[in-house]
Design a protein around this ligand. Structure first.
Ligand code: TYD
Length: 135
């Protein structure tokens, strides 16, 4: 099976003059069972979130409001930046991806669908350890 890679997912848009609607269903738009949902908000200007990888967790990150950048690194050395600014776009991030969220706009909300419950032991905070585990 091919190694999963980061990719943007187009979520459904139900366009309506009364206001648009977007939804997600696990295993359909989201390629895993959704075990947890959390969101990051009220981020002061210039702050950075993340800066780690997960051993097993997969996630989809959505800019529900505003915009921010997600920098991802699969260990190949080249960081890739995804600018999220639409509530109908999800960024799929597979496990063992170093990721950081930066450049939050005022009032932005990062909405994250996660494949696993919170588990501190799933986090890799040391970049050298991340690289070592990839080998
Ligand atoms: P963390 O995932 O480390 O945030 P970031 O990578 O953006 O710095 O989480 C920050 C804190 O929040 C950490 O102490 C654990 C707690 N937390 C939970 O209790 N449950 C959760 O679902 C998440 C995502 C974090």
């Amino acid at each position: 099976m091919a190694t999963p890679v980061c990719k943007l997912i187009d979520l459904p848009i139900v366009a309506d003059p009364r206001g648009n609607l977007t939804f997600v269903e696990e295993f359909h738009h989201i390629p895993f069972k959704i075990s947890r949902v959390y969101w990051i908000y009220d981020v002061p200007g210039g702050e950075v979130r993340g800066g780690h990888a997960y051993r097993n967790l997969e996630e989809v990150i959505i800019a529900l409001s505003g915009s921010f950048d997600v920098a991802v690194d699969d260990g190949s050395g080249a960081e890739q930046i995804y600018h999220l600014n639409r509530s109908y776009k999800g960024l799929y991030v597979p496990k063992m991806t170093w990721r950081q969220l930066r450049h939050f706009s005022t009032n932005s909300v990062a909405f994250i669908l996660a494949s696993l419950p919170y588990n501190a032991e799933d986090y890799i905070y040391d970049y050298n350890e991340f690289m070592r585990l990839l080998k």
